[in-house]
Design a protein around this ligand. Sequence first.
Ligand code: HXC
Ligand code: NAP
Length: 294
Amino acid sequence: MSEIIGLPQPPAVGATALASGTFEGVTVVVTGGGTGLGKAIASEFARLGARLAILSRKAEHLDAAEAAMTEIGAEVLCIACDIREADSIAAAFDQIEERFGLPGVLVNNAAANFPSPTEDLSPNAWRTVVDITLNGTFLMCREYGQRLLSAGVAGSIINIGATYAWTGGPGFAHSAAAKAAVKNLTESLAVEWGPYGIQVNCLVPGLMPHEDMTADIQGNLKNTNDKDLCQPAMRVGQRQELGWAATFLASPYARFISGHTLVVDGANWQRRSLTNPEVIPIRVQMGRPPFGED
Ligand code: HXC
Ligand code: NAP
């Protein structure tokens, strides 16, 4: 009998596959590292000896990052920065260099997203998501790349993507378009900057629920009853699984991997139905009246 057992659970938070001290003396910058998946990624680098620089807008998120990194025993510098603003990014890198020297790793994790039928998006709503998710990632890469190139020093960039970069994301068209561009930017930069020692990859999380998810995203998730049963893995992802993948990609053991997008989602994005399930329009799924009647 073929039992449905799903993919095994990972080791507990705190376990590491890489040797202890792999990132000793290395500074790792994580945008949005005070919440959810960014904090999980920063934590795995911290456990392996890295010094962390966390960039985000809100004081409460920076405080949370400071507390989490300190608890692990890592040195941490938390900087208020909106990644939509090039000057603010340059000032943040000045602070990081002054305290720690040039970072060895940049993780572009910060992003913006909320569900909406596309016809309901205002120009500013579209612009905001693209500005944070795509333009912010570009501005961070640009500042970091310029500094590494000027110094003649190698480095590693990990851009956080999403699987709807390939498939489109009905109900998340703004974010999906921006994430597709982030994946594409990764591929261009990997080739342009490889000669200068800069590795550029994209890392994609699957469904990894966490308490910091915005009310919009949590509200959307509530529409799915049993989140484990909706995954081919028969379970959702655990955030440390993303952190381990990030530390591997930026480690000495992955130096020849560049321009790659690694998906950590238990194959959920490749799922197709044998039959054709009924199509339910996005605005019906979201409980919105017909367009023009609200
Ligand atoms: C429609 C919305 C909206 C919503 C905001 N807007 N929320 N439109 N539906 N739910 C519109 C506003 O009305 C405004 O347009 C414009 O967007 C900008 O809104 P602000 O609140 O002024 O923007 P800002 O303060 O910059 O905040 C950005 C934000 C916010 C995206 C709206 O949610 C945020 O800061 N998010 C950061 C964290 C985040 O989004 N995490 C999700 C990552 S998860 P108007 O026209 O009124 O001026 C993820 C999962 C991917 O990416 C996979 C999922 C399956
Ligand atoms: P999250 O908790 O909402 O984190 C987003 C982070 O980005 C916050 O810490 C936020 O901090 C920061 N941020 C947003 N706008 C910013 C700005 N303009 N400047 C600087 N920082 C900004 O989301 P998450 O679930 O951890 O997601 C992390 C990454 O994974 C994102 O790239 C997301 O698209 C991707 N992803 C997540 C899932 C999932 O299931 N969770 C699935 C696919 C992809 P401040 O508010 O303090 O600025």
